[in-house]
Design a protein around this ligand. Sequence first.
Ligand SMILES: *Cc1c(COP(=O)(O)O)cnc(C)c1O
Length: 476
Amino acid sequence: MFCHSTRDESCRADCARAVLEGLAPDGGLYVPEKIPQVDARAFVNLPFLPLATGVISAILPGISPMEKLVERAYTGKFSSPEVTPTVKAGPFTVLELFHGPTSAFKDVALCMLPQLLTAAKTQEGMKEDILILTATSGDTGKAALEGFRDVPGVKICVFYPEGGVSQVQEAQMVTQEGSNVFVFGVKGNFDDAQSGVKGIFAAADRRLSTANSMNLGRLAPQITYYFKAYGDLLQRGEIAWGQKVNFSVPTGNFGDILAGYLAKEMGLPVGKLLCASNENNVLTDFLTTGTYDRRRPLHKTISPSMDILISSNLERLLYFVSRDTSLVKDLMEKLNKEGHYTLPEALLEKIQAQFWGGWCSDEKGKEIISRVYGDLGYLCDPHTAAGWAVAEEYRAKTGDDTPMVVLSTASPYKFPEAVLSALGEAAPEDGFAALDRLREKTAVPVPKNLLGLAQKPRLHTRVIPKEEMLSCVLGL
Ligand SMILES: *Cc1c(COP(=O)(O)O)cnc(C)c1O
């Protein structure tokens, strides 16, 4: 099966090349020519590994041997044998996506991407090393480092804004082990690091790729856990086959929720997909009015992985609902040049039939963390709290009581300061002290990868001016 760009159907690549390139050469995102149909009823009864094999090979049929790749990606990496377990918490089911090596949901995709990428490289007969460049605001960097560490034929280099990530996140990155990993702090903010990386892509004469969610190879694995969660509800007798389930998804770049849309298009009985934002509520406005407008200040919130004004993967949804590459191209050009666009009414209606948008302030998020812990004994992180808040709001406003799954995208221990303060405690300045305090207070187990992080040797101590990013990369 072939993929093509969201902006031009004649800009085509087979699946292996699409994964290798990440981004289509015309600046669009690769989409499968046709969304595959699967035997969803059989899929939902499978354990995670065979399920992932079925799902990913349906989307990327050219890459093999998928069963082996999936086994290598996930075996021994997740602290739960189910990989993405669900737990019942009060009115909702929580889909826990944070049991991977870095305690963020991005692990589910970034454990698999290196396998897909190296298989694609072999299939395309590419001999030279690939260099993965990633600018990160926190979670992607560590998950990518862990995913690509010691993978033959690949080097990975991560740039993070010095002082722009949480103390726990920084420690996770600078203590990274592996023979092929490089981490640099950049003097500047995330945008500086990001534009630096884009500049290197334009200037450097070597094989580069990226681990961000524009890559189809990162999207495909995420479809798996929607099927898995549905199967869990089925097994517990909470639903019968064919009954619809709603999902509430804490959203930034629109990758995770788009995977839910693909699961639905592949045949899973999904009802509504709830797009949960924080105060950076561009998507809430878009889903309500049809106008996407990024001309607004970026707020720093307690859910930093959702502090984003340009949700790249929305472009794929625009293509899927319109099947019109020239429309997508026009809208994206308008967004780029003028900072906003408005959808034709018919398309907005199509999107609204499947998606519902809401947002959660920091104050509301803290209220949720406190109430859910107090009433149900369940401790959630600020991103998950946004998903929970929007799920509650949706039910109250629509009266739709379809079974609801809330996606939990990070361990509360990644954001101990915010969680402690939500529980009414003065948070210590030091992130590690806050982590210890949260453990004492709640007795919720700390993920293994975060234990002892403060004592681990700091292996990557270089902080560079942004002008030196290119020369750093050339020296690798
Ligand atoms: C990246 C991230 C998100 C947002 O996911 P998208 O696929 O970018 O929408 C939500 N929560 C956490 C903790 C994340 O790291």
